[in-house]
Design a protein around this ligand. Structure first.
Ligand code: CA
Length: 478
């Protein structure tokens, strides 16, 4: 206080000249305390020799900070954690964009191929239509053709046999299209191939069923192959066809069943009233199985379809009358999906068949080291009743079939003239080599089984459904 008074006094003493150049200020500082400031111009200096002070230093510091921030945002500083993170995010977004672009390009190519395929098919159909228009129709004899399917409305047709209409025949498939896929593709009345079909039918004799071997015996010889039907598309390159030796109502004893087995979703089971309808390609029944079929090893027996579920050792008994699964059971230790197939491959790991003694499974296990194992199954529960282990490797033979409890193996699936080369008798548990000629007429036999119903061998040879007469003789000593 004393100092302030002294300063005021000095100011007053300096007089008027000094009053317009000096100033006394009073005001509260930041803390709220009253503060006096006395300023006097320099008597000698027109300006300060250097500028600076806390404000300038502050500005410099803020400018440096801004420079660092700008550098980071522009990506110039990759060393800091913020820069690395931003760059990683950018890289990730770029990768996603590139991946999506590649996916779209792939999809575009697929669609373009599909369009090209459809265009080709349209062109083929147009040419076929022109060809048919230019050809005069021959006068029709009063043949009663099989009743036509309902075009576009399902697959039902008036039944010629005892089979009733099935609600499944109009059940849509997974794509919701009930008219296109659940059908024998030749079943198109009025289609371009109809005239040719009739011609083909007249050339194929109906099975006479007169082969009179009712008793059992050793296989002596196999007749020449008789072709009954050719599959219409690639799905039928491999397949299985079969007849129930003890058919159950509503299906008649002549009912023939067929599965085309090429594809990743094999579930369609076609039923034909008899061999004639199979030959013509007119199914009276089309069932969509609840689970996918693996390969060509299926069989029918006592009103059930028996098959191996895809990619598993699970056997399924599908009841044909109720159209539902009646039993399912794993075949213990059986190889599946290419572990122990026949020599042609095709996931033929488990081969089911029926003979005079019941239901059989032919397969292999790790314990058997790839040798053929034969098991007799309970047809109701699918339990193994008894098993036999043979000395012949499953992948060294093309296929096998069982007649009267005896297993026979076929050497080649492609050779036009091959041999049945081995026989194993489950009654004596003994096997031996045999040499019985066998013909692969179409050079790629994917299924061979004995049909107890027809007492013939049935095979599926490169799109073709083929049968062979067999001759049995007196059992030979092993
Ligand atoms: Ca077989």
């Amino acid at each position: 206080m004393f100092l302030l008074l002294l300063l005021s006094l000095v100011a007053l003493l300096l007089g008027g000249d000094a009053q317009d150049r000096a100033a006394l200020w009073r005001g509260n500082d930041r803390a709220g305390r009253c503060q006096y400031t006395f300023t006097v111009p320099s008597p000698t200096e027109a300006s300060c020799p250097q500028t600076g002070g806390p404000e300038l230093e502050g500005l410099k510091a803020r400018l440096s900070l801004l420079e660092v921030l700008v550098s980071r945002l522009s990506g110039g500083d990759t060393g800091g954690p913020g820069g690395a993170g931003a760059q990683s995010e950018l890289q990730e977004a770029l990768s996603r964009a590139v991946g999506e672009r590649n996916l779209l390009q792939g999809e575009k190519q697929r669609l373009e191929q599909e369009v090209q395929g459809l265009q080709r098919r349209m062109e083929e159909m147009r040419r076929e239509t022109e060809r048919l228009r230019s050809r005069p129709c021959p006068p029709q004899t009063p043949i009663v053709p099989p009743s036509p399917p309902l075009q576009g409305g399902g697959l039902t047709r008036p039944s010629l046999g005892s089979s009733p209409m099935s609600h499944l025949m109009s059940r849509p498939n997974r794509q919701g299209d009930s008219s296109s896929s659940l059908r024998d593709s030749a079943w198109q009345v009025g289609s371009p191939g109809f005239q040719e079909l009739k011609a083909e039918v007249t050339e194929v004799p109906a099975p006479d069923g007169s082969e009179g071997h009712t008793g059992c015996g050793d296989l002596v010889s196999v007749g020449d192959p008789v072709t009954h039907r050719r599959a219409d598309n690639i799905e039928g390159k491999y397949g299985v066809w079969m007849q129930d030796p003890e058919a159950v109502s509503p299906y008649g004893a002549n009912m023939i069943w067929r599965i085309d087995t090429v594809g990743s979703d094999v579930r369609k089971l076609f039923g034909y009233d008899d061999m004639v309808q199979l030959t013509k390609g007119f199914p009276s029944k089309v069932l969509l199985l609840p689970e996918q079929v693996e390969s060509t090893g299926a069989t029918v027996y006592r009103g059930s379809l028996y098959y191996q579920r895809r990619r598993s050792r699970t056997l399924i008994r599908y009841d044909l009358a109720s159209e539902s699964t009646a039993a399912r059971r794993d075949l213990p230790h059986a190889g599946f999906h290419g572990q122990f197939p026949y020599s042609w491959g095709g996931y033929t790991d488990i081969d089911l068949s029926v003979d005079e003694q019941g239901l059989w499974a032919v397969y292999s296990t790790n314990k058997a080291k790839g040798a053929i194992v034969i098991s007799q199954l309970d047809p109701h529960s699918l339990e193994v009743k008894k098993s036999w282990e043979t000395q012949i490797r499953k992948n060294s033979v093309a296929n096998s079939f069982i007649i009267c409890g005896k297993l026979y193996t076929v050497a080649s699936y492609t050779a036009p003239n091959t041999m049945i080369n081995y026989m194993y008798d489950t009654e004596t548990s003994q096997g031996r080599s045999v040499s019985i000629p066998f013909k692969n007429k179409h050079h790629y036999n994917s299924m061979i089984d004995y049909s107890l119903a027809q007492r013939k061998l049935l095979s599926w040879d490169n799109f073709h459904m083929v049968s062979y007469d067999v001759r049995l003789g007196r059992p030979q000593a092993n």
